[in-house]
Design a protein around this ligand. Structure first.
Ligand code: UD1
Ligand code: CA
Length: 484
């Protein structure tokens, strides 16, 4: 933990992001299960600032609503018109009231790859060097559109020149302004009042604070980011996808270094909120979202999508989709299972092939192996549900619950018409429509008696292939009966 707790972090998020061509404000677009501004706020929180202020403008109600819902404790400052990054910071300082006594870190709301670590390194350099301002810079392969870092012969930073205001020589500079700064709060407040708008965009540039402070004799410094990809700012959907890929790679590398096997990282997608234990195995084509957790020795995939799912130790989930469910230790899911919210599979239980479950608690060792729908049910331990069973939970108006005990054996093709209770150790016959409770230990049979009408085919379908086959079978049976 660093001692350099900033007085405030200011996140700039008032811009519209027209290049996204979207009805959704740019900073609310998501990658890896979090909004762009959410990633930035999460990184900022790692610095434990006294105040965290997000400057909102375009679609401010929507952005503020999002922040209130997911990032409680975040303050917002309104910038009515987007008159530049300097103007935006001025709005944030007005929201804070008194000029902050200490460090103020400024970040853009559209740089989701920026890590808390990099922000901390910037704050530490800023404090260690006793700077009035420290800018986070990076060497990029293509500096088009970025503000260029201008240094003097001695290597000291003198100013930042925006692309649109740069000379031909300055345009060739590959070191760029990431848009992230650490400022001395008091000096920032002084300098921000001196910003002018005599530039190509007619805006108050935050970047000009640097030359203003330098001109007043203060120390100005730069911290070069180790990896320029971390400061990637999202302006369009191509960059959104690029950032998604980079972040995904970072998350999977972290998991692999912690002992998770990811067979084909290129085909696996994870959210920042997903957690793993060592020796979990993720097979190709798998997407893990939300609060999903994969325990030790569990094998997930291929081609599986889990959202808010807990997969227990040694469990197996194959070619399946699940939401808000838990899979117990050693349990087996799929291939081709669909677990909907409220499904809780006990230890060593099974939701097999073409099985759908919803709001269902399945006890230890209980199996639902084939082609079934289990909705609104509680099943005890070590029971077996026959193939092609349906828990008939809906009467057209309300949902009803089915309870099945432990060590039950229900036949194939059963309908359990809820509400219904089947006692421990009970059996049901194949093809039954169970509409009444079944006491423990009984066999329930609920189907029509079979009736064979002999000779029907010969009478009703004379001369047909079926009739000929039947006749041949009867002749053969007669011969063999004659022989014995
Ligand atoms: C800015 C920097 C540039 C830097 C680049 C890094 C300035 C003048 N330029 O340029 O040096 O290389 O970021 O990505 O600072 N915003 C507001 N209110 C405004 C204007 C912008 O909140 O009035 C917010 C935007 O929502 C965005 C951020 O500030 O999150 C950056 O704005 P943007 O217009 O993208 O700045 P650039 O032109 O990219
Ligand atoms: Ca701009």
């Amino acid at each position: 933990m660093s001692a350099n707790r900033p007085a405030a972090v200011v996140v700039l998020a008032a811009g519209e992001g027209t290049r996204m061509k979207s009805k959704t404000p740019k900073v609310l677009h998501e990658i890896a299960g979090r909004s762009l501004v959410g990633h930035v706020v999460s990184a900022a929180r790692e610095l434990e600032p006294e105040h965290l202020v997000v400057v909102v403008g375009h679609a401010r109600e929507q952005v503020k609503g999002h922040l209130d819902a997911h990032y409680a404790g975040t303050r917002t400052a309104v910038q009515e018109e987007q008159n530049g990054t300097g103007h935006a910071v001025r709005m944030a300082l007005e929201e804070l009231g008194e000029a902050p006594d200490g460090t103020v870190v400024v970040v853009c709301g559209d740089t989701p790859l920026l890590s808390g670590e990099t922000l901390r390194a910037l704050a530490d350099t800023h404090a260690a060097d006793g700077n009035a301002v420290t800018v986070l810079t990076a060497e990029v392969p293509d500096s088009t559109g970025y503000g260029r870092i201008v240094r003097d012969a001695g290597g000291a930073v003198t100013e930042i020149v925006e692309h649109k205001d740069a000379s031909v020589e300055q345009l060739a500079i590959r070191e760029i302004n990431s848009g992230v700064f650490a400022f001395d709060g008091k000096l920032l407040a002084e300098a921000i009042g001196q910003l002018r708008t005599d530039n190509s965009q007619g805006e108050e540039y935050l970047t000009d604070v640097l030359s203003i402070l330098r001109g007043a004799g203060h120390r100005v410094g730069a911290s070069v980011a180790g990896d320029h990809r971390e400061i990637l700012g999202i302006n369009n959907r191509v960059q959104l996808a690029e950032a998604r890929g980079l972040l995904n790679q970072r998350l999977l590398e972290r998991a692999m270094m912690a002992g998770v096997t990811v067979v084909d990282p290129a085909s696996v997608l994870v959210d920042v909120t997903v957690t793993f234990e060592a020796d979990a195995v993720i097979l190709p084509g798998t997407q893990l979202h939300g609060a999903t957790h994969i325990a030790e020795d569990a094998v997930v995939g291929p081609n599986t999508r889990l959202t808010d799912v807990t997969v227990g130790r040694g469990a197996r989930v194959d070619n399946s989709v699940a939401f808000s469910a838990s899979v117990g230790e050693g349990a087996s899911v799929g291939p081709y299972a669909y677990l909907r919210p409220g499904t809780n599979l006990g230890k060593k239980s099974k939701a097999g092939t073409y099985v759908e479950m919803k709001n269902a608690t399945i006890g230890e060792g209980t199996k639902v192996p084939h082609l079934s729908y289990v909705g609104d049910a509680t099943i005890g331990e070590y029971s077996n549900i026959g193939a092609a069973s349906v828990f008939v939970n809906y009467d057209g108006e309300a949902k009803h619950h089915t309870t099945i005990g432990s060590h039950c054996r229900t036949g194939s093709d059963n309908m359990f018409v809820a509400p219904i209770t089947i006692g421990d150790g009970a059996y049901t016959a194949a093809g039954s429509v169970i509409t009444k409770d079944v006491p423990a230990g009984s066999l329930a049979v609920a189907r029509g008696q079979q009736r064979n009408i002999e000779g029907w085919v010969a009478r009703k379908r004379p001369g047909s292939a079926a009739a000929q086959a039947a006749q041949a079978a009867q002749a053969a049976a007669g011969e063999s009966a004659g022989e014995s």
